[in-house]
Design a binder for this molecule. Structure first.
Ligand code: HEM
Length: 448
């Protein structure tokens, strides 16, 4: 018997394997961060919160990027019914991203920063990401060939890839003194780029989910329909302009706030569509709920609804003034990246890594339990963050000046619930992904 890992065996599925490892690692760092909320000074010498936070955030962001790249390349291959333009370029992309996340995590461990929030690593380490992403774009465009009569998910992937590159580059404009020297402009650009960057990876993920839905229902007509394209343009419009609510607190012209608010409200179109389509979703859910991937799609639908309600409230300038910088913002960021992005990507992972080399039947009970545990603990996690945020808002508004340390002490029951449910969330996700991981490893290290 001989183990083999060779070039021919390299498929975009490898991106998903690494993504799952990053998801588990990232959540572990998150739990350490949570423990540091309730036990100040915990691991302070070896791994202070200043390190844990970026270790957590970068790992989970790379989970999203790796899984999205794996999903787009796998589904693109299925869509064109042929090989990708270049397997070599896919391997190069994979290599550049692995090098990148490794060096980023090592830099954090060594306490070497230099970047800005969310991308706190030394800026030079963004080079492999930029080069890798250009390679991704080239491989995508040449594999696709023509844009004629393509379904909506192809447009979503293409615009997602282009906008990610654009916004990622934009988020580094601060390196040039011309931008860095003007504080308000600099912050405007910074938050604008972050807002749109999230919209860009959402395009990749929503496109992959749309592809998966057509696969499950065995009906491609929706992906070519006018309604699908109208919603796509609403999403694109939001990607380009809804960042305005990030800059409400900056001293800009009031009309910027009004326009931003109006644009954010176009999201109501998407919300309305969810509510309108709810009944149909439920009927379909009953039909397909036994399918592992579908369960995660339904969960994401519920999380889209909950997070959109929160986001719409936060887009009201008068409310945003108070919620800004509180745990309500963290609830929004984690609620969307876990509830929406992670749930959708897990659905995609189930589809791509399903029982190709071992049967998943013996793991069904474990996977179902993992699914319910992850979602119920996420609800507790999310509510605890919103609760902590509301108390902080009350503290900010209180005319009597209560000390910050006392306020943090009052928040500790919320942080306790947050951390415990974070641990349960990790357990739930691990139970859900363990069989996939085992299956994929079995394929990867299979006999020649
Ligand atoms: C798929 C899983 C997860 C994803 C995608 C995720 C994502 C994120 C994101 C995007 C942030 C930045 C929030 C902001 O700046 O507003 C964040 C912060 C954080 N996360 Fe998570 N998270 C995950 C799981 C967890 C878990 C299980 C815990 C455990 C308790 C956790 C604890 C934290 C902590 C402590 C912070 C720092 C909040 C602060 O700055 O005060 N996360 N996470």
């Amino acid at each position: 018997m001989e183990l083999s890992i060779n070039k021919a065996k390299f498929t975009p599925k490898v991106f998903i394997l690494v993504a799952l490892i990053l998801l588990a690692t990232g959540m572990l760092f998150g739990i350490i961060g949570g423990l540091q909320y309730i036990l100040p000074g915990f691991l302070k010498e070896a791994l202070s919160f200043e390190k844990t936070r970026p270790l957590h955030v970068s790992s989970v962001l790379f989970w999203i990027l790796f899984a999205s790249m794996g999903a787009v390349l796998t589904y693109l291959k299925e869509h064109i019914g042929n090989k990708l333009y270049s397997n070599y370029l896919s391997r190069l992309l994979f290599f550049l991203f692995v090098v990148s996340i490794f060096s980023i995590l090592i830099a954090y461990f060594l306490g070497k920063f230099g970047g800005r929030e969310y991308w706190e690593f030394p800026p030079i380490l963004s080079l492999p990401i930029i080069i890798g992403w250009i390679i991704f774009l080239i491989n995508f465009v040449f594999s696709l060939g023509s844009l004629k009569k393509q379904p909506v998910y192809i447009w979503m992937w293409l615009t997602g890839i282009i906008f990610f590159l654009f916004t990622f580059l934009e988020s580094y404009l601060w390196l040039f003194p011309y931008f860095n020297n003007q504080v308000v402009n600099d912050m405007n650009i910074q938050w604008k780029s972050y807002g749109s960057m999230v919209g860009s990876w959402n395009m990749l993920i929503y496109g992959a989910s749309m592809y998966l839905m057509t696969k499950i229902s065995n009906d491609k007509s929706y992906a070519y329909s006018t309604k699908a394209f109208v919603l796509y343009f609403a999403g694109l419009f939001n990607l380009m302009f809804n960042w305005g609510h990030h800059i409400y607190t900056l001293p800009t012209q009031p009309y910027v706030q009004y326009i931003s608010y109006a644009v954010s409200m176009t999201e109501l179109l998407i919300l309305g569509n969810i509510i309108y389509g709810w009944k149909a979703t439920l009927t379909k859910a009953q039909k397909f709920f036994h399918r592992d991937a579908y369960r995660f799609l339904v969960a994401a639908d519920v999380w889209i609804f909950l997070n959109l309600m929160l986001a719409i409230c936060m887009s009201v300038p008068a409310i945003n003034l108070y919620t800004h910088g509180t745990h309500i913002t963290v609830a929004h960021a984690m609620g969307t990246t876990i509830g929406i992005n992670t749930m959708l990507l897990l659905a995609v992972c189930y589809d791509i890594l399903k029982d190709t080399c071992i049967s998943l039947a013996p793991y069904q009970k474990m996977m179902r339990f993992g699914f319910w545990l992850a979602n119920s603990s996420l609800l507790a996690f999310w509510i605890a963050l919103i609760g902590a945020g509301i108390l902080k808002v009350k503290w900010q508004m209180n005319s009597e000046q209560i000390a910050f340390s006392l306020m943090m002490q009052n928040l500790s029951p919320f942080f306790l619930v947050f951390t415990i449910s974070g641990v349960l969330l990790l357990v739930g996700i691990l139970l859900s992904i363990y069989p996939l991981f085992k299956n994929h490893l079995a394929c990867f290290f299979s006999e020649k």
